[in-house]
Design a protein around this ligand. Sequence first.
Ligand code: HEM
Length: 138
Amino acid sequence: MTPEEINAVKTSFAKVVPIADQAGLMFYEKLFQLDPSLRTMFADDIEPQSKKLMQILSAAVNGLDKLETIVPVVQALGLRHAGYGVRVEHYDTVAAALLWTLEKGLGPDFTPSVKDAWVKTYVLLSDIMKASSKGAIS
Ligand code: HEM
């Protein structure tokens, strides 16, 4: 990713941070709307999960310009996800829910270049997660 793209992700994520609680809940609401069968993979109370997601996203966004610090964390996350029963195709549904949430949360600030930078970020993170769980998931 270029420094401009990293900057676009950091700047836009900073605008989501003040509404992180709502954004996290909106994300899961959208995810379960897109694929209701995913609901049973998560605990009834989605709030703690929502906070964990926002925390790791924040750490990943902060680490985009020093990838060596986040790669081991994201690899371990991917391996745990295989244990949660997560499959490769689920990553596309999560991508759709995440981009939708960013669009809702950022409004006009979710410009095409900001969206493109987020797509690259998600592909980067999810590729590491999928690779680390290769063989463990299908
Ligand atoms: C970039 C993509 C993703 C990120 C950053 C992410 C992040 C997280 C985090 C931080 C946790 C907390 C537990 C832990 O650290 O192991 C978690 C749990 C979980 N994630 Fe993800 N996740 C991603 C993709 C997915 C996908 C594609 C699915 C598929 C539906 C998924 C399903 C789950 C489930 C089922 C749990 C455990 C919930 C529970 O124990 O109640 N995640 N995720």
